[in-house]
Design a protein around this ligand. Structure first.
Ligand SMILES: [Zn+2]
Length: 122
């Protein structure tokens, strides 16, 4: 499953967008393994602006860069205990980040830090 994330994240970096983990479904039977995992574009959804703590206050928020992008990949665990791609949608209604700036997406920064960790320890 991590291989799917790493592969999709590397693909996303080349295209110019970031990846977030999406919906997860676990089995009802113990030990409740994950049987369904989705990964989505980091521009999926919209910012929640209905926080009760901000009611009546003037709040300077960052502008919402998310545009409800529907791009996603979903994988399911088959009865043979193998992961299979159940859905891949690659339509992005937004512009991609330039290749020289794509590493600034959160998913690519954490990915790089995981890779750089063991190398820095040497
Ligand atoms: Zn997108």
């Amino acid at each position: 499953m991590d291989d799917v994330y790493n592969y999709y994240n590397a693909y996303a970096e080349k295209r110019g967008y970031g990846v977030c983990r999406g919906v997860v479904k676990k089995s009802r039977t113990p030990p409740h393994p994950i049987i369904y995992q989705g990964y989505v574009c980091d521009k999926e959804g919209v910012k929640n602006t209905t926080d009760k703590r901000h009611k009546g206050l003037l709040i300077n928020c960052h502008p919402d860069s998310r545009v409800s992008c529907p791009a996603a990949i979903r994988i399911i665990l088959t009865s043979l205990k193998r992961w299979r791609v159940s859905r891949f949608f690659n339509g992005h209604p937004h512009k991609f980040t330039r290749p020289d700036k794509a590493h600034n997406h959160y998913s690519h920064r954490t990915h790089r830090s995981k890779l750089a960790g063991p190398l820095c320890a040497i």
